[in-house]
Structures are given as C-alpha cells and as structure tokens.
Design a protein around this ligand. Sequence first.
Ligand SMILES: [Zn+2]
Length: 191
Amino acid sequence: MLIEVKGIEEVFHISEPWYIESCIFSNEHQQLDVYVDIRKGARFSCANCGAESQSVYDIADYNRTWRHLNFLEYPCYIHAELPRTDCQNCQKVHRVKIPWAIKSRSNFTILFDAWIMTLAKDMPMSAISRLVGEHDTQLWRILHYYVDNAIESQDLSEVTMISTDETSSKRGHNYITIFMLLRYLQCKVSA
Ligand SMILES: [Zn+2]
C-alpha cells in the first residue's frame, strides 16, 4: 500500500536536502517503510570539522536502514543512502551527519533511542527487548551510549567527597557498587 507522502517530511522530522521519496506499508511484513532520498546537487556540512556546503564525494552505503518509532502498532523503518563528503577544509572523507540518527552507524533513529531510554527507567532490558522486538544486545548499546555520554559531560570540579557502598543484586555473588559524589557546601552564619 503506497501512502501519500506530500508534505509528510515534517511528521518524520526530515529536513532538506533530504526528502521522502515513498512511503509503503507492507501487508506481508506488517511494517511501514519510509524511503528517503537526497535532492540533486545537495551539499552537506563536513561531519568532521563542520565546514558548510561540501559536495557529495560518493555513497558509502546505498541502503542503510534505521528503526523508527512505531507507525500505530507496526514497526517503521527509514531507508536512505549514506553519502560522504570530501571536505575542502580538513581534506578528509567523512560520512555526512544523518539528522534523524545520533550516529551514521546506528541502527535506530534518535526518537527510537529516546523511547528505549524512557522505558529503561522502569523496565528490565529483557522486557523491553520482547516489547519492541529487538535483540537486547542492540538495546544495551543505546543505553551505554547515552549513559557514557552523560557521565563524560558531568562537571566534577566541585566534588569534595566520594562515598561508596556495596549491595548484592540477587542471591549469590552479583554485587553492585554505588558511588556518591558529594559537593561540600560551606555555610556562613553571621551573628
Ligand atoms: Zn572538514
């Protein structure tokens, strides 16, 4: 079933020079496939140095697929070519930054990542895996990516004390070590 796609880019947060070429619902596979293309002569910013208006050097991958948020109860996938630029500024060939995915090599869109991160606050990963129909190894990669980034971006310059504690997660020898980073606040009391 071919779905009318005129002006539907906004719904999928897809912006120029990308556009939706076709949108097909497969009865056989029970999924929605969104095929995204690039305007002729499109230029991109260099993913390495950010230099604007670099022409397309070649296509690194002709059929990349990203799992997106569900379309109603059906899985939705975005398909697109992955171009590379040969930057005139830094003289390096790089894959362009895909606006709907955090990394060009990711298998999921940013919104799918956000959905998994929201679920992970309250559910074990094995349950999320069954719910969304993706292998938990892939889902753990999403969680590790965002947690590692959040830890790296922490400002620990004002931490003055570290407290640790340990507990077991189940019977046996599965232990969890908890670190608490404390900022010491000095209060002055005036007479
Ligand atoms: Zn560059």
